[in-house]
Design a protein around this ligand. Structure first.
Ligand code: ADP
Length: 605
């Protein structure tokens, strides 16, 4: 490794590299709506409630004006109390309907967001392995959590507020015009100023909000990667570089967050000022109009309230618009993942395989990840049922790729892979993978007990079978020496048991799945001799009677393989068993000699 421990630039075509702008707001909104559509009826009820509460909020100031006029014209009149009573009822019901619409809307929002979340999560499960190699884990996490949370928050409140504001503005305008067109016109003079101020602000906040989301994803992704990469970072003394790089990302997030918030913060200040100006205009001009008798004092009172009721929703509209914009940006990022192509569907007439022999043939297989570069060329070999194939060769030779093709993470560009004489392409992926077991270098463990980790290989296995598998995998002894035995809870990164022990558990897990095809990626890291012997014994047990493909590093495995494929730059350069290949005296023989002398130097003898 040289240079900085650069994070994978985990962006899929387009994701993150687009300009910070939601391209298709209408389309994204429609897609969000589709998640809410199940609750169409409830949503219509909410809209009705919004209509009622908005009307009531218009009725209030009007009644207030009437009451004032009544007091001025006929002080002491007996109608004052009933008027006040109805005012009270109007505001009471107004609050009630506000509460109801929020209550219902939150229900709708939470259901919509729940389906969005599970859609995203289950879709991610169907994505090809390639996707995960390209997309940072933190970035994906951020979409599943932050972005969806953002949508949730907006649906909870902003949607109701948005409609309320809209109705209030329209309703107020109508009533004001009806009461006094002249005064309405004066009140409205302030609107263009507001409009342009607002436009200026939202033009600036939108992009920053999206950039803020992206930068947050970047920071999260980086943190996650650097935390999990700590041992390597320490090993290569890259702490400083990592801190520097983090500082840059953190700085970018600060900048976008800062501007998004600063510009948003202008809005209430501006509105407040304009509100006061409008208030002064109404009282001044209204006073003059009242003096010459064209309007009543009550109308001025009504207007002062309406003017606030009018400008506040305008102000809110901008806020809500911002929130909705930011949620749409979040939703857009979620939908980008949902739009990622799933692993290719099985061919139409694909069939299930259940009882297989395990005879595998590669026939002139070519494959490349990217067009320019051929990764595998003309791979041809046969593994008869029950045989062990060792894949040997330098890093990058194509060993893992052969395994990926066999697992059908990818399909060959040309040539065929045959299972018991049948083209793999005509086999359902799931049913194929059900026949396969893997023991990988990086033996993934889940955060649960050892027992459940082993049982993961076959969920209906009994405790007895789990123990049986652990015995054949040579894992039983070390498990029973742990204080909690089979109930020891592992960390998801397997802390608490050694690397070699994780391998043993992984062997046990494969053992219990009882697959016909086995894939082994031997650990390159050295493991103590005792554990290595156990692993060898466990593997020998496991491989018995199964067709096995081993990415082999250990002489022990290679020597006993039935077929050894020596790979170099994506081609098979030598093929045979240990004896024939040694006799050939080619690449293989050289490799083995090199390994043997290295072992001698290290004192393995
Ligand atoms: P090995 O397992 O022998 O070390 P691999 O099969 O992993 O080799 O890699 C073979 C070649 O394919 C290498 O040049 C590697 O860089 C390239 N390669 C591996 N995985 C990918 C991928 N997901 N996308 C593009 N190229 C890849």
């Amino acid at each position: 490794m040289s240079g900085n421990p650069k994070p994978k630039t985990g962006h899929l075509h387009g994701i993150g590299s687009k300009p910070p702008k939601v391209e298709n707001i209408g389309g994204t909104l429609r897609r969000i709506w589709r998640y809410m559509a199940e609750e169409r009826v409830r949503f219509i009820i909410v809209l009705a409630a919004i209509l009622i509460s908005s009307s009531l909020s218009l009725l209030g100031p009007y009644l207030l004006g009437l009451t004032v006029d009544m007091v001025i014209e006929a002080p002491g009149s007996g109608t004052l109390l009933p008027m006040l009573g109805s005012l009270f009822l109007v505001y009471l019901f107004h609050s009630l309907f506000l509460w109801l619409q929020n209550y219902w809307m939150i229900g709708i929002a939470q259901n919509a967001v729940r389906s969005m979340r599970s859609h995203l999560f289950s879709h991610v499960q169907l994505l090809p392995v390639l996707f995960f190699q390209r997309m940072q884990q933190g970035e994906l996490m951020s979409r599943l959590t932050n972005d969806i949370e953002n949508v949730s928050r907006t649906l909870n409140t902003a949607v109701v507020q948005f409609f309320t504001s809209l109705l209030t503005i329209i309703g107020t305008l109508i009533i004001m015009l009806w009461l006094s067109p002249m005064l309405t016109l004066l009140t409205l003079t302030i609107i263009p100023v507001m409009y342009f101020g607002m436009k200026w602000i939202t033009n600036r906040t939108g992009p920053y909000f999206k950039k803020q989301q992206k930068d947050l994803g970047d920071v999260n992704g980086y943190v996650e990667e650097m935390f999990s990469g700590q041992p390597i970072i320490k090993m290569f003394s890259k702490e400083e570089d990592v801190i520097d790089e983090f500082r840059e990302k953190n700085q970018a997030l600060r900048r976008s967050g800062y501007y998004a918030q600063v510009y948003t913060g202008f809005i209430p200040k501006l509105m407040n000022m304009l509100n006061n100006v409008s208030f002064a205009i109404i009282v001044g001009a209204g006073g003059l109009l009242a003096l010459n008798g064209s309007i009543s004092i009550g109308i001025i009172v009504t207007f002062t309230t309406y003017s606030r009721q009018f400008t506040r929703p305008l102000n809110d509209l901008a806020n809500q618009f911002n929130m909705i914009l930011s949620a749409v940006a979040g939703a857009d990022r979620v939908f980008q993942v949902i739009d990622e192509k799933e692993e290719r569907l099985d061919e139409k007439n694909a069939h299930e395989v259940s009882e297989i022999q395990g005879d595998i043939q590669f026939v002139h297989v070519d494959f490349s990840y990217e067009k320019e570069q051929q990764t595998l060329s003309d791979i041809t070999f046969q593994a008869r049922a029950g045989q062990t194939v060792a894949l040997v060769g330098p890093t990058g030779a194509g060993k893992t790729t052969i395994i990926s093709l066999l697992s059908r993470f990818y399909d060959p560009d040309s040539g065929h892979i045959l299972l018991d004489g049948v083209d793999l392409k005509s086999v359902k992926r799931d049913s194929l993978r059900n026949q396969m077991g893997v023991v990988l270098q990086d033996a993934t463990m889940f955060h649960t007990t050892i027992r459940e980790n082993i049982r993961y290989g076959r969920l209906d296995a009994t405790d007895g079978e789990v123990e049986q598998a652990a015995r054949s995998a040579m894992a039983h002894d070390f498990i029973t020496q742990l204080p909690d035995g089979y109930d020891t809870v592992l960390d998801s990164d397997g802390k608490g048991v050694s690397h070699g022990q994780r391998q043993l558990l992984s062997i046990a897990r494969a053992m219990i799945a009882d697959p016909s095809l086995l894939i082994l990626d031997e650990a390159t890291s050295s493991i103590d001799t005792v554990t290595e012997m156990k692993i060898n014994a466990g593997l020998t047990n496991l491989m018995k009677g199964r067709t096995s493909f081993v990415i082999a590093h250990r002489l022990h495995t290679i020597r006993s393989a039935d077929v050894i494929l020596v790979l170099k730059s994506g081609r098979i350069v030598e093929k045979g068993n240990h004896k024939t290949l040694m006799e050939q005296g080619g690449d293989y023989a050289a490799l083995i000699q090199a390994q043997a002398s290295e072992r001698k130097e290290r004192g393995y003898g």
